[in-house]
Design a protein around this ligand. Sequence first.
Ligand SMILES: Nc1nc2c(ncn2[C@@H]2O[C@H](COP(=O)(O)OP(=O)(O)OP(=O)(O)O)[C@@H](O)[C@H]2O)c(=O)[nH]1
Length: 357
Amino acid sequence: MATTDHDPLAGKIPITLITGSLGAGKTTLVRHLLSHPDTGRAAVVINEIGEIGIDDDLVRASSESVSLMANGCLCCAVRTDLQETLRELIGDRRAGAIPDFDRVIVETTGLADPGPVIQTLITDSMLNARYRLDGVVTLVDAVNAFDQLASSPETERQIALADRIFITKKDLSDPASLASLTPMIRAINAQARIRFCNMGQIHPSDLTGIGLDSARVGERPQQFLRDLGFDPERDAEAEAEAPYLGHRLVGRHDPLVKTLSVRFEQPFSWPAFSAAMEMLIGLRGKDLLRVKGIVNVEGSPVVVQGVGHIFHDPVTLDRWPGADTTSRIVFIARGMDIGSLRGVFEAARNLGFGHAF
Ligand SMILES: Nc1nc2c(ncn2[C@@H]2O[C@H](COP(=O)(O)OP(=O)(O)OP(=O)(O)O)[C@@H](O)[C@H]2O)c(=O)[nH]1
């Protein structure tokens, strides 16, 4: 019998999809990878829902090949943008507009169901000529995973579709929660390798050759997709029927969850900013899913990050990532609007927390 070791995926640029719930540590991991000497030449595609690309600014400092797909979720409206972005990367590389690259890292938003993205990467024939999906890496936030799993079906899908899972924020979690987290993940995904990851510090080799092998994907993509738990034909029908309201598959996400991008022209004093955030958490903590931003604190760029009611230590950057020195904060929240958000910050100012508001 003739044998062949021909690999239909050989020579194609591997894509690693980094997914995980809001604030799980995806950008932290990508930034670490880009600073690691063994990562090689990587292009990065970042998908953010907010109008103001915060992650983009942070990652751009570490790589010249960063593409941002803002203002839409990769699993919904921006899916075609991903196809275009990946094609453009090839064109830009050919034209010498960006440095050469050997792999692509795609960071999804925390709200993305990776299923449709995987489907796109596997079934788009033009993309398939140049790229191959190397694997899906899902970050699970040890502190917030329990709440996120209870409230967000996307978190479950992210875990279910992972080839490799990293549990982040072990340092912030308690032993009892940690002990119950792994079995909970295992109940959703019995196969993916699970490891801990502190502040994004994994070795780049943890992201390569991780399971979407040619036999499964290259030769039987539809079957592979069905193995993952969804049926491309059924999904295509559902998509055709769904009303298009800017967010492609309406109803896939909690309709009350919105992304609010707020810009403040005037610098903050730290007491004013933190008082406003404390008020917001006190008043609407349960509805606040994610806060991240770069805040101008008396001239200095300070990165603020909140996931649920947990706030991470603010980090002062050495310099502004670009010419824009306004404060830009993205809130992902349930049932809030920009007016009420601004009202909270106004109230903090009126209460006299610092004059630089
Ligand atoms: N203590 C601790 N903090 C972490 C760890 N990993 C990430 N963080 C912090 O978690 C916060 C969110 O991290 P990001 O990397 O922005 O998370 P993300 O998944 O990209 O967030 P979204 O893009 O909003 O979904 C930041 O303040 C990080 O410094 C960890 O292992 N331990």
